[in-house]
Write a protein that binds this ligand. Sequence first.
Ligand code: CTP
Length: 401
Amino acid sequence: MQTLLNRNVLLGVTGGIAAYKSAQLVRLLVKAGCEVQVVMTPGAHDFITPLTLATLSKRPVLTELIDRNGTGTWNDHVHLARWADVVVVAPATANTIGKMVHGLCDNLLLACFLSAECPVFVAPAMDLEMWRDPSTRRNIDLLKERNIRTIGPEAGELASGLTGEGRMSEPEAIVQELISGLLGKSKLSGRRILISAGPTQEAIDPVRYIGNRSTGKMGFALAEEAALRGANVQLVTGPVDLELDRPGITRTDVVSAAEMAAACKQMAAECDVVIMSAAVADYRPAQAANEKMKKSGGSLEVPLEPTEDILAGLGAAKRRGQRLVGFALETDNELAHAKEKLVRKNLDLLVLNSLRDPGAGFGTDTNKVTLLVPGTDPVELPLMSKAEVARAILDRLEELL
Ligand code: CTP
């Protein structure tokens, strides 16, 4: 099953009997790899305890905009809405749907909804007559007009004892709808994509090597996200401490720049997209010693020779329709160097890292990058997790496919 790895889900729970299913929904979303922040309306507290949802989501449940105990604290709906990659309201009562449509925001969930710019999904749940009522029908139409996606409701036995339309969709079905709604239309689905990751190690002798500080986190995040979008990923990685066991990813481990070049060149011919995120050594010892080098009193010189620039070679051999993404790590005159690299290596997209930014670069879980596409202005992204950066890179790439 596809997952929603690393998505931030703001789950709104409103006051209807179907709120008992929200516990299972939280469980499934967490299992699918999401961070879940539950926001309950005051009415929802009559149907399910915050403790249940807080325990399952591993986060305190929020309800109030303002702390009524006079502490002067409040829940920042704007920040919550920006944090969310998707807002899901399940169950959504007729009352909350009506308020959403009319822009009312007398509770935290509605204030978050009104601030949200991400996709919103609504799973209505109510009794048959309420669902059929012309005002509900009109409100649902208005939601759809505003590109808010509705899931269900299903027909069946209702809590009132009546039978008909109004049951909230099952949590499994809601998660499936979210997956297909958020990922289903990915242009990467079914495409073959080569991603290189990690450092290379260039042997000096059987014991020592020249390496760099790359940990492979960025490349692995890209591989996971691409697989999530249905791509068939070939991951070529230098020596890293990372594990990955996800359907859709075939991993090839290499050590040196020469091994990485051989693997990438062979696979690139078959791929629609190549992303070179590996920190490939630019130089290697001209002659690796067969035996361990013994120290001598004086200084040591190890002659180096250039390695093959894999990306430049792939750029020169780029097929029509193939897309090539490179990385650049610059410490000075960043944009000028990056622009020059974009052209020289015949790239469609260049991801510029700056080591100057705190939280960006090697070993961190966050990164701060600028995306460069030929003929357009560079787009500087804020500091984000590497998973979020991976998504931003692939979103931009999809626009180029
Ligand atoms: N790269 C590569 N083969 C190499 C060196 C780098 O394919 N031998 C790729 C990297 O994977 C990255 C891009 O080239 O996508 C940029 O590498 P970088 O080291 O920043 O630039 P260089 O072209 O090596 O130029 P310089 O070191 O002079 O900045």
